[in-house]
Design a protein around this ligand. Structure first.
Ligand SMILES: [Fe+2]
Ligand SMILES: [Fe+2]
Length: 224
């Protein structure tokens, strides 16, 4: 049951990502027609559609839900909002997804689950990279340091229930065989990826990760 629910949750995330990338491709094209990113976003939207089917297969059937929602604060202009969404969806969520799937692939999952994880891992690496590519391009055009104060909101969205209290069944090592990280492992993977990949990446563009680090420390204290 936990396994099917986890794959159904992923299926909804994939559908949401597919719709978001298709929309962002159009938005970015409208203000930066020379950018290579919109084509990467369109390809990513197709990939996520494929991932959706794979996740539904492992969830045991069709999964409803997962809509395109604009996640940027209303106070931001359209170009800043597109950057916000790209950083949240790609630099953070896709990077975390790569870490999760890589961590799962280091374990002994059943063969079909391994195949699915391999296919997803291959694509998500590219989806993460397109986020960093867009951030680099925008950093040459506008002041991107405004993102610093918003990173905690992005992280809260990406973390979902990761740091919430959990039932012991969610921490069973048996879950690894079916492509689901036990919650304590999920927490450590999530935090390690922020500290080693995401935060240093953001700092390179002059985006302060101090508020983000404070957010992470609060979550870790709360989860203890
Ligand atoms: Fe995906
Ligand atoms: Fe993706």
């Amino acid at each position: 049951m936990i396994v099917e629910q986890a794959w159904a949750f992923r299926a909804r995330v994939e559908r949401e990502a597919s719709l978001r990338f298709a929309r962002l491709a159009g938005e970015i094209l409208s203000f930066d027609p020379e950018s290579p990113v919109p084509a990467m976003m369109r390809k990513a939207a197709e990939d996520e559609g494929r991932h959706l089917s794979l996740c539904e297969e492992l969830a045991g059937g069709p999964v409803a839900g997962g809509a395109d929602a604009r996640i940027a604060p209303r106070s931001l202009g359209p170009r800043e909002a597109a950057l916000y969404e790209t950083v949240a969806a790609c630099c953070i969520t896709e990077t975390e997804s790569v870490a999760t799937v890589t961590s799962l692939l280091s374990e002994d999952a059943v063969p079909r689950v391994r195949e699915v994880l391999h296919e997803i891992a291959r694509d998500e690496v590219g989806h993460s990279q397109m986020g960093w590519a867009h951030l680099a391009r925008e950093a040459a055009f506008l002041e991107v340091s405004f993102l610093g104060r918003w990173i905690p909101s992005m992280l809260a969205g990406a973390a979902g229930a990761t740091f919430e209290p959990f039932d012991a069944a969610l921490d069973s090592a048996e879950l690894l065989r079916y492509g689901v990280l036990p919650i304590s492992r999920k927490r450590s993977t999530f935090a390690q990826t922020l500290l080693e990949v995401v935060f240093p990446g953001l700092e390179q563009f002059g985006i302060s990760t101090e508020p983000a680090l404070a957010w992470l420390n609060t979550q870790r204290t709360k989860a203890r």
